[in-house]
Design a protein around this ligand. Structure first.
Ligand code: NOJ
Length: 519
């Protein structure tokens, strides 16, 4: 297809920088480590990299508490390293997407230091200060208000108390934020992932949120005053004009607690290019990983996005969630992970592939004393936090999985001696080669990238659909059950182009995946 648009037709690979590759032996991944693996990523077949934050951070929320938006944390490298990363990535046709965490800063950011120095400071209004707290709750637990004994007022923080929320109603703040986008675009960034962007604006009167049924205090309120305020739209408009003043720039928003309709309402002309709808990331304790539930989710999102002419995104894993392979697989087998990967790469929408997903990395499990993630420390053992999905990339079977030559910041999964990139590259049936082959097929097949989506009715335990453009169609059939299913020969002139088993075309062996092509 000659109108290839990288963020719509390509695949975006998320790197959590501190866990990808450590080039300088300090146990933390870094930008040079990423540069060293660009050939690997090129060979895998991805089109862009989304980097979780690498700016200076006191690590109260592992990078999502930023103390300087326009620099690189020395542990991860320098601005010159970032420049090199951009150049080297662009030389390989790979775009760079930055994570911007602008709803809140770190309490160590110069803006907050000033704002909290005295009530008369010129930056006082850059944060949200009040004499009395309302009932709002922080999503990581406890009241969203922290008392500052020095200036004798409370400040708002929707996450940890070390992440004060910025006052987006202040015009100077908005200007400073746009300057940050400009700064990184000038350095060559191609796009941005906006952390909890729909929380930027709060109701100016800060009314209490109304109650609802829920487990934690945070879940027992309807979040109608702390997120999704109408002032977001004019700002998105301004942001989009700025992005459009550079060629092919992109912004994808992380919607926070938003309905599908709300998520879609933030996208389109004069707004964001895309926003995440987390359709497939629920824990299977409540939402069984089966074709009926999946088809329901797929058709629901298809109707919503298609109806609004907005391009969807697809996510199975990220740095906040238990990895898909851990959610759905039992034991060492990767059959479920391959099914999840097939959905990720063949549904309509931009796939976001989380580092390690291509080798079906599993979550690590930590003892209570080893947990680093703030919500995990607070809610253990009910919720063990997000360290599990952030463990070091498993490159090979050498000590520390080839990630580093010293003990990394989080333990390597003990399965690394078998589950690693090098071993899987050598095995034609591995998750790695499965992913790479499917990525290649997607690249060569416009119907898989841009085709419309047609759901099919199939026997119990299976899922099938067609992706179709004017000149070609791909039929995708998957068996989610452990039994062989007689599904019949596909009617018409279909040619098999991809399969996980050598069985007859009219049957699906347990967990089999089949793709057929027709012109
Ligand atoms: C969403 C990010 O994905 C998550 O990692 C972070 O903790 C919160 N936003 C707060 O920034």
């Amino acid at each position: 297809m000659d109108d290839f648009l990288w963020w719509r037709d390509g695949v975006i690979y998320q790197i959590y920088p501190r866990s990808f590759s450590d080039s300088n032996g300090d146990g933390l991944g870094d930008l040079i480590g990423i540069i060293a693996h660009l050939d690997y990523l090129k060979d895998l077949g991805i089109d862009a990299i989304w980097l979780s934050p690498f700016q200076p951070t006191p690590d109260k929320d592992f990078g999502y508490d930023i103390s300087n938006y326009i620099d690189v944390d020395p542990r991860f490298g320098t601005l010159a390293d970032f420049g090199r990363l951009v150049d080297e990535a662009h030389m390989r046709g790979i775009r760079i997407v930055l994570d911007l965490v602008l709803n809140h800063t770190s309490d160590q950011h110069a803006w907050f230091r000033e704002s909290s120095s005295n009530q008369e400071n010129s930056k006082r209004d850059w944060y949200i200060w009040r004499d009395h707290p309302n009932n709002w709750q922080a999503s990581f637990g406890g009241s969203a208000w922290e008392y500052d004994p020095v200036t004798r007022q409370y400040y708002l923080h929707l996450f940890t108390k070390e992440q004060p929320d910025v006052n987006w109603r202040n015009r100077e703040v908005r200007k400073a934020m746009l300057d940050i986008f400009r700064f990184w675009m000038e350095l060559g960034a191609d796009g941005f992932r906006l952390d909890v962007f729909n929380a930027y604006f709060k109701d100016p009167n800060l009314p209490d949120n109304p109650p609802k049924f829920g487990l934690r205090a945070f879940d027992r309120q309807r979040h109608i005053h702390d997120i999704d305020q109408p002032e977001m739209m004019p700002f998105l408009n301004e942001l989009r004009s700025l992005l459009d003043s550079y060629p092919e720039r992109y912004a994808v928003g992380e919607t926070y607690l938003a309905t599908l309709q709300k998520t879609i309402s933030y996208c389109g002309n004069g707004k964001l290019h895309a926003a995440f709808s987390f359709d497939f990331t629920s824990n299977d304790l409540f939402f069984p990983w089966n074709p009926a539930w999946l088809m329901n989710q797929i058709t629901r999102r298809e109707e919503a996005f298609n109806g609004a002419h907005i391009w969807p995104t697809t996510v199975m894993s990220n740095h906040d969630l238990s990895r898909a392979a851990s959610r759905y697989s039992r034991g060492k087998d990767d059959a479920q992970a391959k099914l999840a990967m097939t959905l990720l790469l063949t549904l309509r929408g931009t796939p976001f592939l989380y580092y390690g997903e291509e080798i079906a990395m599993r979550d690590i499990s930590l003892k209570r004393g080893e947990i680093l993630d703030p919500p995990g420390r607070k809610y253990w053992p009910i919720y063990k936090g997000r360290d599990g999905c952030r463990s070091p990339m498993q490159w090979n079977d050498k000590p520390f999985a080839g990630f580093s030559n010293i003990r990394p910041w989080l333990p390597v999964h003990p399965n690394y001696t078998q589950r690693n990139v090098a071993a899987q590259q050598a095995d034609p049936d591995s998750m790695f080669n499965f992913t790479k082959n499917l990525l290649n097929l997607r690249k060569e097949t416009p119907a898989l990238r841009r085709g419309s989506f047609i759901p099919l009715k199939t026997p119990h335990g299976t899922l099938a659909y067609i992706r179709q453009t004017d000149d070609q169609s791909v039929l995708v059939r998957m068996n989610f059950s452990k039994s062989q299913v007689n599904i019949g020969q596909p009617a018409g002139d279909w040619r098999a182009i991809f399969t996980t088993s050598e069985g007859a075309q009219g049957t699906l062996t347990p967990y089999e995946i089949q793709l057929f092509f027709k012109e």
